[in-house]
Design a protein around this ligand. Structure first.
Ligand code: OSB
Ligand code: MG
Length: 357
């Protein structure tokens, strides 16, 4: 699928997205749907669409065949022998959760224990050619009602950009995401961000670090939010324990599925750490899973789950995800709550394989 406009981050620019989609058909004949959030290149994490195919076909499906599954939660243990590859695991697990909820005749959000009938959403804006272009984009997003603005930063496109945005929009809920573009050597520079009343700074330092983040958090007033560094419940426990962050961005694919996402959510609730749901430029199926997860009570901050039309000319679900007054109405139909747009799915499908379990 081709993005309406390229999305630029500190680590690279996205123009298209290839998707690995899973349809799992239960004995009842009902289908559950999952979408891997992996990208085509290993820039954000080491996984790619192609590594997903290898891991799913050669390792995860054989594990599924070993014994019946009684509840989607069972998959955490079943997949535990396979290290990491969390996006591949989450793609299958998401389809199993959808199937489970549909067979229970329940919306996925309720099956997960969610409570909200509407969720608050923000938007993540990629690096723009100029501050003027960014300010214009932000204005459009605010007109559409988004409740929080996130802008991407990188060295050379940070303090001055934030300053220009703050001049124009002094009170807008604003945050920045560096996607690991800095090191501790930049801490004096990063501390200048404390002047701009930012909600948080997301993942300033290395993707595999938490020690340096803890050092930086002690020097900065702005709360640090971890994204790339949190790949498991254990990671969340350690990061919170050492003070590496005050906020956590939960992405279902990054942590290996909805069950682990829920565990991290519950742990953060106990620790008083606010969480929000991150985005991976999802198509409709992944977006629907994000919406269901965000209904859990500790998701107290608006996430990155914008409307379908922000990314795509045509989405693979029907209806598409729409945002009104910065809110998404959570669907009450069973499972993910959206129908699959079979015409769009057929149009975008380049390769399909059926596997008997
Ligand atoms: O770091 O949250 C991120 C997009 C691609 C890779 C990483 C990230 C992002 C975003 C966009 O910030 C989130 C979205 O709108 O889906
Ligand atoms: Mg991020």
């Amino acid at each position: 699928m081709t993005l309406k406009s390229p999305f630029a981050t500190s680590f690279g620019s996205f123009v298209n997205k290839d998707f690995f989609v899973i349809e799992i058909v239960g004995k009842s004949g009902v289908s559950g749907w999952g979408e891997s959030v992996a990208f085509s290149s290993p820039w954000y994490t080491e996984e790619t669409v192609q590594t997903n195919e290898h891991i799913i076909k050669d390792f995860l499906i054989p594990l599924l065949r070993k014994a019946p599954i009684h509840h989607p939660d069972d998959l955490v243990e079943r997949f535990a022998p396979i290290r990491r590859n969390n996006m591949a695991k989450a793609a299958i697990e998401g389809a199993v959760w959808d199937l489970y909820a549909r067979e229970q005749n329940q919306p996925l959000y309720k099956a997960l224990g969610g409570e909200k009938s509407k969720i608050d959403v923000g938007i993540s804006i990629g690096i723009q050619p100029s501050s003027e272009a960014l300010i214009k984009k932000i204005g459009e997003c605010l007109d559409q009602g988004y409740k929080r603005i996130k802008i991407k930063i990188k060295p050379g496109k940070d303090i001055d950009v934030v300053k220009a945005v703050r001049c124009q929009y002094p009170d807008v809920p604003l945050m920045v995401d560096a996607n690991s573009a800095y090191t501790l050597k930049d801490s004096q520079h990063l501390k200048k961000l404390d002047d701009f009343n930012l909600l948080m700074i997301e993942q300033p330092l290395a993707h595999d670090d938490m020690i340096d983040h803890a050092v930086l958090q002690k020097q900065m007033k702005t709360p640090i939010c971890l994204d790339e560094s949190i790949n498991s419940l254990e990671d969340a426990r350690k990061a919170i324990d050492i003070g590496a962050c005050k906020v956590i961005n939960i992405k279902i694919g990054r942590v290996g599925g909805l069950t682990v996402s829920k565990q991290i959510h519950d742990f953060c609730a106990k620790k008083g750490i606010p969480v929000w749901c991150g985005g991976m430029l999802e198509a409709g199926i992944g977006r629907a899973h994000n919406i269901a997860l965000t209904t859990l009570p500790q998701f107290t901050l608006p996430g990155d789950t914008a409307g379908s039309s922000r990314y795509w000319e045509e989405d693979i679900i029907d209806p598409e995800v729409t945002v009104k007054n910065g809110e998404i109405e959570v669907p009450e139909k069973p499972g993910i709550g959206y129908n699959i747009n079979r015409d769009a799915m057929n149009k975008f499908t380049v390769y399909e394989e059926k596997i008997k379990l």
